[in-house]
Write a protein that binds this ligand. Sequence first.
Ligand code: AMP
Length: 588
Amino acid sequence: MSTFSDLGLKEPINKALRDLGYEKPTVIQEKAIPQIISSSEDLKAFAQTGTGKTAAFSLPIIELADETSTATQAIILSPTRELAVQIGRNIEDFSKYLPNLKVVTVYGGSNIDQQIRQLKRGAQIVVGTPGRTVDLIKRRALKLNTVKWLVLDEADEMLNMGFKDELDKVLEATPETKQTLLFSATFPREVESIARNYMSNPVEITSGQKNQGSDNVSHESYFVTERTRYQALKRIADVNPNIYAIVFCRTRRETQEVADKLIQDGYNADSLHGDLSQGQRDSVMEKFRKKNIQMLVATDVAARGLDVNNLTHVINHKLPDQIENYNHRSGRTGRAGNKGVSIALVNRKERGKLRPIERILKKKFVDTAIPTGEEICKKQLFHLIDKVENTEINTSKIDAFLPSIYEKLNEFSREDLIKKFVSLEFNSFLSYYENAPDLNNMSSRDDRGDRNNSRGGRMSNENMTRFFINLGRKDRLNPAKLMGLINEQGIDKNVEIGAIDILDTFSFFEIDKNFENQTLDAFGNNNSEFNGRRVNVEITKERKGRRSGGGGRRRNDSSNKGFGRSRNNNDRFQGKKSNHRKFDRRSK
Ligand code: AMP
């Protein structure tokens, strides 16, 4: 691997890079820097966020810019104010030992007169958001006739945000002779068309496979319904006590609602979206960078400018409308050599989007079960124990109090003390999850509910036949897969599917009584296999212990041991909510 000076950069730049701790160029930097320095050909670069692309286009421009002239030589367009500011700051850092090199950053939502004054003083490099750049061109405050380099950063995102007209206007204002450098993480049709129309025979470089996700990111899908989506999100947060995540939503309203609920439930969360004032956005981002916020609920656009390298998770509360954007989102984690997890919460309809995303990523989603209350409690408990183990003791501060503390606690055994201290920290978690239902099973019930609603109401248990099937969790069966299996048998498509209970080695499902024989025959005749096992379906004889008329209640899951819970009491679970609110994660 080469060094920055091998790439042809002068010493003042190398010195600045050393100050920043950049030891070696990244892949995209190694490819783009010598190419731009040595050739005036246009460049089309496939680069994910987090690959070091800002330096890849900025460093050669700083290297080649004529410091003796104050005319604008480079215009860098970026989709959001945050990203533009970040690029501007990076360029200042890279050029700090080149005192005559100036950069001005222009963006909307900020005083335009001040930006005009800065431009008048002269800057070789201008970074701007498309709207404000066009505005300044119209006001003749920004002249691009001397531009040698035009950079379109995150071109796909600029087009997604509807900046096509603005890009056209900026391109028109620049001379034919310029070199265009287009950086994009994805290359949908609209970006290709910009490349075709405005670039001549561009050289293509890539920092990995086109559009492909980072190797450091693993992808997990969780099957939810609209009723379990938020609960699943909370459980994912609870099972990852050190979570540091962006939770992506599609609309501002959804973003605000999810953030409000998380805050109300005691999580370190906040929202970031376009309805907030610039000051509010800056403040939220600052808190998130400092990790005062663990979960940032954001729209795609608002999160673009965030430069955070150590996110543990990206959570797609809802998948993006355009599947290419999944890649953008998941690229926020697994940066700078760290590992990350990208999670998609999907309902039955949204599952269809996973396959096309997998094709882009060239990776499979791992179908993952929503954590149970028991799993969460275990995780939280050991997290607490780890924290205790790693806590440093400040002897000088507590020594004076110890004798009276020892005296007070003298009557308790070591075991009792441990139990008391664990309970003190942990009781609210235990009580919250004590009767928590298995959301994976609830998913099927809710889905079935949706289905039944669309077909005119849920049937009562009396009209259902309960079937046994010789497959369970150990066969990787879940409610959705079981529904799929039933649907594959060619049974009348109007058949009503009732309660589904997935146990470890076998399961139960209910079918409209009128289709009892058809179901038995279909499974019998089809000789179906599931994960290599021959499927066997029978009508259950045992009906003891079932609730009548409820339609949606679960039988106890016999595999559910420990913490003394029964999973079928959803009402009690709801009733425990207030306990959880008292448990304030912010104090942790
Ligand atoms: P970017 O893709 O330009 O947003 O960069 C992602 C992150 O990587 C930023 O925090 C950069 O400061 C950092 N970075 C970029 N290039 C290097 C490098 N060669 N060595 C170390 N860190 C880098």
